[in-house]
Design a protein around this ligand. Structure first.
Ligand code: HEC
Length: 209
């Protein structure tokens, strides 16, 4: 004889099934949550790799014409002008204003006149120039054009090599000559230099961020 289920059996099995179903639903739910969390973590870590929140500071300034601006928008130190598009202006000014001198931070731009500049490149750029790159610039009401750039190849308007003159500066002054650091003097007086500085024809729009 076939065993008959007691009448209440099917009724009792419903909550059991439901209970089992509940466990499955919870397990699946948990798995979905886990997958979502893992996926989110994966996406997040992928984004971090592509868009790191803290960008490493650039360690070199390969200057383009747009890095040079009217001298009046730079910071004046005695007779010359300083900027630092890499954000190290404070440090550069500390060196410029220290009687003991120091090494200028990477990215420092120094100018005496609108048409010439020296730019501090990355460490190891050129040992003979203490990592300075020299520039001659053409300046007009439209802005700046780079005419020549480099190291021993660059000469000023009088045919003198920037490198050979500036390398005579006492070592603690990092190639900055001024009047008393040991360089041969320029063949023009301070009054002429001041007039050339004031005559910078470039727009006065301040450098961007
Ligand atoms: C005859 C030597 C001589 C040559 C060549 C020369 N300079 Fe200078 N430079 C000086 C002297 C001296 C000063 C300081 C003048 C002053 O403070 O009025 C000076 C000042 C400067 C300054 C301001 C900071 C400092 O050193 O006092 C910069 C920047 C500069 N020169 C860049 C150049 C560049 C770029 C070249 C080449 C295109 C160049 N110089 C060629 C002698 C020279």
């Amino acid at each position: 004889m076939v065993a008959r289920r007691p009448p209440g059996a099917s009724v009792r099995s419903v909550p059991r099934l439901l209970r089992r179903g509940g466990i499955w639903a919870a397990t699946i739910g948990l798995a979905v949550v886990l997958v979502a969390v893992l996926a989110a973590a994966g996406v997040a870590s992928g984004q971090d790799a592509l868009h790191p929140s803290s960008k490493p500071a650039p360690k070199d300034l390969v200057a383009t014409a747009s890095d040079f601006h009217n001298l009046a928008t730079m910071t004046r130190v005695r007779g010359f002008f300083i900027s630092n598009p890499l954000g190290h202006l404070k440090q550069a000014l500390r060196v410029a204003n220290s009687p003991k001198g120091g090494v200028y931070p990477v990215g420092t731009i120094i100018q005496l006149v609108p048409q010439e500049a020296m730019v501090k490149r990355r460490k190891g750029f050129n040992r003979a120039t203490h990592d300075w790159e020299f520039f001659t610039l053409q300046t007009t009401a439209l802005g700046t054009t780079i005419t020549t750039r480099g190291t021993s190849n660059v000469v000023n308007r009088f045919g003198g090599s920037c490198q050979s003159c500036h390398s005579a500066a006492a070592p603690q002054f990092d190639f900055v000559c001024e009047h008393d650091h040991g360089c041969a003097p320029l063949p023009v007086g301070d009054d002429v230099i001041a007039a050339i500085q004031r005559a910078d024809p470039r727009p006065l729009t301040p450098p961007g961020p």
